[in-house]
Ligand binder design. Structure first.
Ligand SMILES: CC(C)(COP(=O)(O)OP(=O)(O)OC[C@H]1O[C@@H](n2cnc3c(N)ncnc32)[C@H](O)[C@@H]1OP(=O)(O)O)[C@@H](O)C(=O)NCCC(=O)NCCS
Length: 184
C-alpha cells in the first residue's frame, strides 16, 4: 500500500529503511512511552523489526499494517505508523506511531493519522479504532483528544516500557466510525 498527503508518503517498510529507523528511534525521548522499542536501538533491532513488518505485510488476510512515514522533501523514513490487530469480525484495530524528535510539532503525525484512520474506517470498514497511551505521554494523549478519541478509562500499572523498564498506567481511548464520519 502507498498513499500520499501534502507533505508525506505513507508506504510499506523496506530493508533500506533500517539506517533511518535507527537514526530516529535511538532516542529515549521517542521510546520512553513505547511498549516494545528498546534503548539503545541498534542496527540489529531495526533489521529484526523490518523483517517482522515484511512478514506481516504478506499475511492474508492482513492483521498488522505497519507503514513508513516518509517526508517528500527528504525522501526517507522519519517515523512509522501502524494499524495493528485488525480483527475483521470484531471490526476493531489499534493505532500506534512514533516520529523522529526533530520532526515533532509540525503537524506531521496528524497528517499521517488522518490517512490511517481513513484506511481503517473506509477500506477495512472498521467500527472502532483503539488508541492506548501511557498515562504520562502528554503528546499522545493530547493528539488522541484532537482526533476526538474518547477517553474511556485507565488500566492501572498495565504496561512496561521496553526502553526504560518502568511500569505505567495505560489510558484507553477509542474512536467509533460514526464519530469519525461526523468530525471529518
Ligand atoms: C506523539 C507524537 C507522535 C506527536 O507527533 P507530532 O507530529 O509532533 O504531532 P502533531 O504535530 O501532529 O501534533 C498535533 C497536536 O497534538 C498535540 N501535541 C503533540 N505533541 C505534544 C506534546 N509533546 N505536548 C503537548 N501536546 C502535544 C498538540 O495539540 C499538537 O498541536 P499543536 O502543535 O498545534 O499544539 C510524537 O511526539 C512522538 O513520536 N512521540 C514519541 C512516540 C510516542 O509517544 N508515540 C505514541 C505512542 S501512544
Amino acid at each position: 500500500m502507498r498513499l500520499t498527503t501534502e507533505r508525506l508518503v505513507i508506504r510499506e517498510i523496506r530493508k533500506s529503511d533500517v539506517k533511518d529507523i535507527v537514526r530516529n528511534a535511538n532516542n529515549l525521548n521517542v521510546s520512553r512511552y513505547l511498549l516494545r522499542v528498546p534503548y539503545p536501538y541498534r542496527k540489529k533491532d531495526g533489521e529484526w523489526w523490518v523483517g517482522l513488518c515484511q512478514k506481516d505485510s504478506k499475511k492474508k488476510p492482513r492483521i498488522d499494517y505497519q507503514f513508513a512515514i516518509e517526508l517528500k522533501s527528504e525522501k526517507r523514513l522519519i517515523g512509522a505508523i501502524s494499524l495493528m490487530h485488525v480483527d475483521r469480525f470484531q471490526g476493531t484495530a489499534e493505532i500506534g506511531f512514533w516520529l523522529g524528535e526533530g520532526y515533532w510539532r509540525q503537524g506531521i503525525m496528524s497528517e499521517a493519522i488522518r490517512v490511517v484512520l481513513e484506511i481503517g474506517f473506509e477500506k477495512l470498514k472498521l467500527r472502532r479504532i483503539n488508541w492506548n497511551a501511557f498515562a504520562e505521554n502528554k503528546g499522545s494523549n493530547a493528539l488522541a483528544k484532537k482526533f476526538s478519541f474518547k477517553f474511556e478509562g485507565v488500566k492501572r500499572k498495565d504496561v512496561r516500557s521496553k526502553a526504560t523498564g518502568k511500569i505505567h498506567d495505560h489510558n484507553l481511548c477509542g474512536l467509533l466510525f460514526e464519530d469519525w464520519k461526523r468530525k471529518r
